[in-house]
Design a protein around this ligand. Structure first.
Ligand SMILES: N=c1c2ncn([C@@H]3O[C@H](COP(=O)(O)OP(=O)(O)OP(=O)(O)O)[C@@H](O)[C@H]3O)c2ncn1[C@@H]1O[C@H](COP(=O)(O)O)[C@@H](O)[C@H]1O
Length: 115
């Protein structure tokens, strides 16, 4: 069976709850709080961007895994279930991203999706 983000969320929740900062990187991150985890997530996002534009596929896969892991830890520290994120993504499948952006209250009708 394929490993899923929900499986990772279960592992991360258990490791964060363990408080075992000697044995668990997750526990170390969680103990340092949301601001530290958010900073790490930003660093991993930057490393993923660099891999995307200038490194090979293996590097992009590795940096993407780091990015998703740190996002799961951030959600855990904020006590936001991954299921809430998946439900939001599921809700969005009812329309295209372009239609969604045009329907926003602040949409001016000008501009493109790249802005
Ligand atoms: N998927 C991951 C995962 N991806 C990345 N990392 C860690 O994220 C860190 C990123 O490296 P960096 O160089 O950016 O950070 P660092 O310099 O090591 O750390 P800082 O001092 O900067 O905080 C490394 O220590 C990686 O080992 C992960 N650590 C844990 N997991 C998963 O979480 C599970 C539990 O891990 P522990 O909590 O460590 O038991 C593991 O079995 C994995 O399934």
């Amino acid at each position: 069976m394929q490993f899923t983000l929900a499986d990772l969320e279960t592992i991360v929740a258990a490791r964060a709850a363990s408080g075992d900062t000697k044995a668990s990187y997750t526990a170390t991150l969680a103990a340092r709080g949301v601001e530290h985890v958010a900073k790490k997530l930003g660093e991993e996002a930057t490393e993923t961007v660099i891999a995307a534009v200038s490194q090979d596929d293996a590097s992009l896969v590795s940096e993407s895994a780091d990015l998703l892991y740190h996002l799961i830890v951030l959600l855990q520290v904020r006590k936001v279930p991954l299921a809430d994120v998946m439900a939001e993504l599921g809700r969005r499948t009812s329309q295209s991203g372009i239609a969604e952006k045009a329907a926003r209250p602040d949409a001016s009708g000008a501009g493109t999706h790249d802005e």
